[in-house]
Write a protein that binds this ligand. Structure first.
Ligand code: NAI
Length: 330
């Protein structure tokens, strides 16, 4: 006999009616005996719902589930995050309560890598400026809009996991030279794609474009910092679609202001949680620089990725309901 469960989907309004309908009418959840509740707030210590009878919490990156949040939810038995990253969850507190945590390990490898290249190309070909030229300046002229080719340039890929590997393949398609840095070396992939692993300092020194695809964890906190950012090639471009705190914001801002870095494409910010909550004063110095493109953690956001996230989240919940959780984070 299937046990009954209640899964609360937090801050789910932004997924629109289509997403709500997809989970509330999911035959797989219904067959597994899972009732669905849609909650408009995030899940965090400041937003503990009045009704805490759910045993499953489905959350996004914007729900910082810390020790206090977990302590306030006596019925909680499973957390599933609708993201690849899980650094917003206090895993130690969850483990202490024997609450398994699952994620969506592979919804958007190509999706995020495509976005990284969207940022690279927007910067290398001055797409924003070119569009503003016609739209705002009402001039159909090319002065000041000369960019640079990607073919023949060196891209440094930091983190050659699922997303990084797609970035490598795309870079190869553009005819770029590829170098990489990772604590784990996939030598077979490197041989297949024709690239070498370097020390981070060498990667910084050799790359025209640096793109970060490592997870955020204590060992990647401020991986790029004031101590090593000065090693980059003058005019290099830095792309971060991984996590804000992998790059020290003050060091990045200073390198962009001095011109040591020629530009940056940033989808993730150190202060993005506070910015999401409405405080746009944070990281404002970086956001306003002319040679920077900042997007609001949007690299994952395609139609295709959206349904892959929902499908895996439903699978995660069904697997938990059947007593065999999958996609567990370590
Ligand atoms: P993955 O786990 O497949 O690959 C991560 C790679 O980073 C692995 O090869 C690992 O060995 C490497 N790594 C670990 N520690 C490292 C270190 N200290 N230095 C260098 N490399 C290190 O992860 P995946 O799927 O490629 O995702 C990467 C990150 O992208 C996620 O952790 C997440 O933070 C971010 N992401 C951002 C999204 C967005 O919308 N902006 C969407 C999805 C993921």
């Amino acid at each position: 006999m299937t046990q009954n469960h209640k899964a609360a989907f937090f801050n789910f309004e932004k997924w629109g009616e289509e997403g709500k309908q997809y989970v509330t009418e999911s035959p797989a959840l219904r067959d597994a005996g899972v009732e669905v509740a849609i909650v408009s707030n995030t899940l965090d210590a400041a937003h503990i719902p009045a009704d805490t009878d759910f045993d499953i919490a489905a959350i996004f990156m914007d729900s910082p589930v810390d020790a206090a949040t977990i302590a306030a939810l006596p019925n909680l038995k499973f957390i599933t995050t609708m993201s690849t990253g899980f650094d917003h969850i206090d895993l130690a507190s969850a483990a202490a309560r024997l609450i398994p945590v699952s994620s969506v390990p592979a919804y958007g490898e190509n999706t995020v890598a495509e976005f990284a290249f969207a940022l690279i190309l927007a910067l290398s070909r001055k797409i924003r400026e070119a569009n503003a030229r016609v739209r705002d300046e009402h001039r159909f002229e090319t002065d000041g809009l000369r960019g640079f080719d990607l073919a023949g340039k060196t891209i440094g890929v930091v983190g050659t996991g699922r997303i990084g590997k797609h970035a490598v393949r795309m870079a190869k398609g553009f005819g770029m030279n590829i170098v990489a840095y990772d604590v784990y070396h996939d030598d077979a992939f490197a041989a297949e794609m024709g690239f070498s692993y370097l020390e981070l300092t060498d990667l910084l020194a050799q790359s025209d474009i640096i793109t970060i695809h490592a997870p955020y964890m204590p060992s990647t906190h401020h991986l790029i910092n004031s101590g090593n950012i000065g090693l980059v090639k003058p005019g290099a471009i830095l792309i971060n679609t991984a996590r804000g705190a992998i790059v020290e914001t003050a060091a990045l801002t200073a390198a962009l202001k001095s011109g040591r870095l020629g530009g940056a494409g940033i989808d993730v910010l150190e202060e993005e949680a506070a910015m999401k909550a409405g405080d746009m004063s944070l990281d404002a110095d970086l956001v306003q620089l002319p040679n920077v493109i900042v997007t609001p953690h949007n690299a994952f956001n395609t139609k295709e990725a959206y349904f892959r996230i929902l499908d895996t989240t439903i699978e995660n919940i069904v697997a938990f309901a059947k007593g065999a959780p999958t996609n567990l984070v370590k």
